[in-house]
Write a protein of this length. Sequence first.
Length: 372
Amino acid sequence: MTVENRHSDIGILKEIAELLNEGTELNTVLSEVLSRLLHITGLETGWIFLIDEQGDYQLPAKVQLPPALTLNEYRPMCEGGCWCVDRYQDGRLNKATNIFECKRLEDAINNKTGETNGLTHHATVPLRAGAERFGVLNVGSPYKTHFKPEELALLEAVAFQIGTAIKRIRLTLKEQEMALAAERNRLARDLHDSVNQLLFSLSLTARAGTEMTDQKELKETFSYIQDLAQEAQGEMRALIWQLRPRGLENGIICALAGYADLLGLRIETEVKGVASLPGKVEEALWRIGQEALGNCKKHSQAEKVQLTLEIKTDKIQMSIEDEGCGFIMNPGTELPSLGLKSMEARARALGGTTSIISKPGHGTSVIVQIPI
């Protein structure tokens, strides 16, 4: 390698390092780094697969994929296996490697599903930091069928940088989640120790006022104040529970059953299947369930709900049903409230879906499916 080439490689690594150090949102960082890498190396096409411990993969970044791979919102890239992912999963992919042919492109050519723009081969590089593995980086160009050792060495150095950045960003997110949980706990304690106690004192004072006067109008006023204070106490207890979900350590069913009891709802539960749920999935189900039960208490005029949790091979389904008044819900239209939108957003963030079925006079069903 010449001195000029070494200086060029150092410059490329410096540019990539600067981009990776500035970013905090993983998918955005990966897209920007991939685009920059292709630009400064003269390559045209690239994509990144992030692969989890179960072998499931996602496509967070892609640049200039040929039309055959972009059909149906990149479906050819997001379904089925391929040689680079197979090698990664069975442990054979430990360094930057020439993949002689791309199976996805070969399938597109054989099935005549679209143009491949002369792209047939790509290099594959594992993304890792130390012993931790995160996925693969793939790059190529039309009619380029082989990568020189120095090209693979540069791609491997970039991949190490990307792997380190992925680990940093994920650790940062975990720290933020822990800080948020600590802040929620602090706020819950403050509300319990201050506002909740004040409401309790107000309720006692109003009750004493009712007993101390013989005037009808004053009795009614004090009684009204007492009712308001007790109602506010109930709302405050529900808010504190939401901030600090005591009981979640005993499982999602126990937590939601306890929350329903707090709201004054009778709940029937049914569990189908057994599984240890990931923390993020359990947290999402807990928040969605809270919103659904809260809506039931406020709007359905029902006193009983049915909670069903069904664990399947690759997903978990939770349904919360009531036989209340229901509401007009047209499929395909925008959800009518912020709470319903938040339920949908929480499920979607984990690759899941939320279905809400309701009809006036026939109750409401909230059905959530999240992959596990």
